[in-house]
Design a protein around this ligand. Sequence first.
Ligand SMILES: NC(=O)C1=CN([C@@H]2O[C@H](COP(=O)(O)OP(=O)(O)OC[C@H]3O[C@@H](n4cnc5c(N)ncnc54)[C@H](OP(=O)(O)O)[C@@H]3O)[C@@H](O)[C@H]2O)C=CC1
Ligand SMILES: CC(=O)N[C@@H](CCC(=O)OP(=O)(O)O)C(=O)O
Length: 309
Amino acid sequence: MSVSLFIDGAAGTTGLEIRERLAGRTDVSLIELDDSRRKDPAARAEALNDSDFVILCLPDDAAREAVALIANDRTRVIDASTAHRTTDGWTYGFPELEPFQSAAVAEAKRVSNPGCYPTGFLALIRPLVRAGLVPVDWAVSVNAVSGYSGGGKTMIADFEGVNPPPAAHAYALGLAHKHVPEMQKHARLEHPPIFMPSVANTYRGMIVEIGLPLHMFTRRPTLHVCEAVLREAYVDSKVIRIGSGEDTVARIEDDAGTDRLTLRVCGNADTGQARLIATLDNLGKGAAGAAVQNLNIMAGFDPVAGLTL
Ligand SMILES: NC(=O)C1=CN([C@@H]2O[C@H](COP(=O)(O)OP(=O)(O)OC[C@H]3O[C@@H](n4cnc5c(N)ncnc54)[C@H](OP(=O)(O)O)[C@@H]3O)[C@@H](O)[C@H]2O)C=CC1
Ligand SMILES: CC(=O)N[C@@H](CCC(=O)OP(=O)(O)O)C(=O)O
């Protein structure tokens, strides 16, 4: 069986990465627009309506516009932008997040691909919240460092231009990053997490970290218990793996260039303080890898076809 796919925004950073992952596949035939027509609404509307599947690799407003251009019941959508990640009627495209999530993605007509930071955050926190180990009313803080391709073509041009930004800088200092609502909703927390991202002068990869005072929680879980809960949550996953809590260093390069997500439960067993660490590629499991995984699941293909694990 072969399905047709249109990538709207195929010339952008995420779009190009998706095309790389689909190269050589005979079960997906791409509908392409040449450079002169790729932003033409009429040409896009035709491609959007002619396809079995579309993946939107666009800024948020253009993604909303693309969805509005679809005038049939057949075309199924995967949106890589932030536009629909907390929108009713859209299925959150994180198949490993809940026991039922992969089945929901398989059936869905409208799937929102998770943000890169929420992918690391939610993979770490959601199983612990679900197990009742982290209270839903806890004020969770999350730190993260991303490669600069996370900011798309504009940020890539900045970092690779003649006056690049500082080697690393913290941003979203006003604690209102666009990923916060998505993090809170899908972790099922009562309060928005305090999200403190930075960007570094390396092309791709990211580290996402959560500090937790386990000794202050009612159930006083140990580091080993937390690790066991994560291991159990992802036991069937070929994409998410549990690294060693004994590691002394986690590097932004650890999973860069792959579609993997590695989780570690580190910390100090004596004080009962945990340092949960996720490493991933912002363009892999953080974007293009996740989009291809969702496409595979929706089309009934091998879920990890085309992925680098
Ligand atoms: N980069 C990352 O790590 C991640 C990105 N995302 C999300 O994926 C989406 C794409 O991001 P990214 O690939 O980084 O962004 P880029 O800026 O690299 O690419 C966006 C592409 O969309 C094109 N475009 C803009 N407006 C329109 C329009 N109206 N019609 C058709 N094409 C249009 C741009 O054209 P032109 O080439 O002319 O500028 C560009 O090619 C964004 O919503 C982003 O937030 C999600 C997770 C991670
Ligand atoms: C380094 C950097 O700038 N990163 C981007 C997030 C990348 C991402 O996940 O974007 P979407 O939510 O749009 O999918 C940012 O902080 O806005």
